[in-house]
Design a protein around this ligand. Structure first.
Ligand code: SF4
Length: 379
């Protein structure tokens, strides 16, 4: 199984917490889609894999109009039947969702929608500088829940000034729509974001670790009561509704990422595309390369396996580690074969507990090896 990720790097506003690559002018959108189609055609021919998932991510993919979907689908259809994709997912912003747009999505066979709600509280949305209000979110949730079986809502917790009761209220609200999938992110103050700047200049309002952990626990236990499985640190779903495309990332399945700043992982190699819309368009029109291969050493790959697998409920099964890492199993067992509230190590399988997930960045940084140590232990 392989996936295609199509990046739509345009946003109307700059959300206060966001450090993704995007631009706020849509004047390049039509040109961009033309260039993107040329790129898609070239990449699918260069990497003729068994693609099964298609993911429109951003930025703001719900900027795409019918004519854009038509161009993209016609391109893909020349090399792969669009019907062979089991999951076609789009990320949408609440302010773009109305019945007419739902009909466009349906027309193009989109069978999974990811809605960026973040919070149902207008003050939170203002602080996050989102481009929608709570009412728009409620209307969008209602329309999506009415017209799709497979959909997911994004929420954030540990927001400035957010209490445990506020988070509980957000969870109650979202559950009214009976979602089969939720992505819930613990707010991270990323470097060079407005929120980071603001929070580092005023100590008030930030959430301490213990409150964040209570919110994380509340999320886990409330949603478990609703029959949802916490299958990845930030993702919960009813059985059978896990996000197939994202599962591919966590399981190191190959994927093709198209568009500025997108990454690909194919044949054990990682590529990234230049993070600049105008340059991307110019290079594509001149038939020049827009991707660069990244040096992925064995150590990088090993560390990445730890990072991604330990985020999932399935954890890390040492029997599935590539043979070249056989000697490192002893190292991992030495580390994890100690009784701990943070993990369970059963035979050859290592899973983080809920407490472990919450401090997973710390655990993972403890076990990651530097180059010299990696070489010493693998031989
Ligand atoms: S809409 Fe998404 S990509 Fe755009 S600024 Fe907001 S969080 Fe970032």
């Amino acid at each position: 199984m392989a996936g295609i990720y199509v990046h739509i790097p345009f946003c109307e506003q700059v959300c206060a917490y966001c450090n993704f690559y995007f631009i706020t002018s849509v004047k390049w959108l039509d040109d961009y889609i033309n260039a993107l189609c040329i790129d898609i055609a070239q990449q699918i021919q260069t990497f003729p894999l068994a693609y099964e998932t298609l993911y429109f991510g951003g930025g703001t993919p719900s900027f795409l109009k019918e004519k854009h979907f038509e161009l993209i689908y016609n391109t893909i259809n020349k090399y792969r039947s669009i019907d062979s994709f089991h999951e076609i997912n789009i990320e949408c912003n609440p302010e773009h969702i109305d019945l007419a747009y739902i009909q466009v999505l349906k027309k193009f066979g989109i069978n999974r929608v990811n809605l960026g709600v973040q919070s149902f509280d207008d003050m939170d949305l203002k602080r996050l500088k989102r481009n929608h209000d709570a009412l728009q979110s409620l209307n969008a949730c209602d329309l999506i829940a009415t017209h799709f079986d497979n959909f997911s809502f994004d929420l954030m917790y540990s927001l400035p000034y957010q209490s445990l009761a506020d988070w509980d209220k957000n969870l109650s609200k979202v559950l009214e729509f009976h979602p089969n999938h939720l992505s819930c992110y613990n707010l991270t103050l990323e470097e060079k974001t407005a929120l980071k700047h603001q929070m580092s200049h005023q100590l008030k309002g930030s959430t301490d670790e213990s409150l964040s952990f209570e919110m994380f626990q509340l999320l886990h236990f409330r949603l478990r009561e609703e029959g949802m499985i916490h299958y990845e640190i930030s993702n919960l779903a009813k059985l059978g509704f896990e996000a197939k495309h994202n599962l591919g990332y966590w399981q190191h399945k190959p994927y093709l990422g198209i568009g500025p700043s997108a990454h690909s992982f194919i044949d054990g190699k990682r590529f990234h595309t230049i993070a600049h819309v105008k340059h991307y368009i110019q290079h594509i029109y001149k038939n020049e390369s827009v991707t660069e291969i990244e040096k992925l050493t064995d150590r990088d790959f090993f560390n990445e396996i730890l990072l991604l697998r330990l985020r999932t409920k399935e954890g890390l099964d040492l029997n599935t580690l590539p043979q070249k890492f056989d000697a490192l199993k002893t190292y991992l067992l030495e580390f994890f074969n100690v009784k701990s509230p943070y993990w369970i190590c059963d035979e050859n399988k290592i899973c983080l507990t809920l407490n472990g997930w919450f401090i997973s960045d710390h655990i993972i940084s403890e076990i990651m090896l530097d180059e010299a140590e990696f070489e010493k232990r693998r031989n």
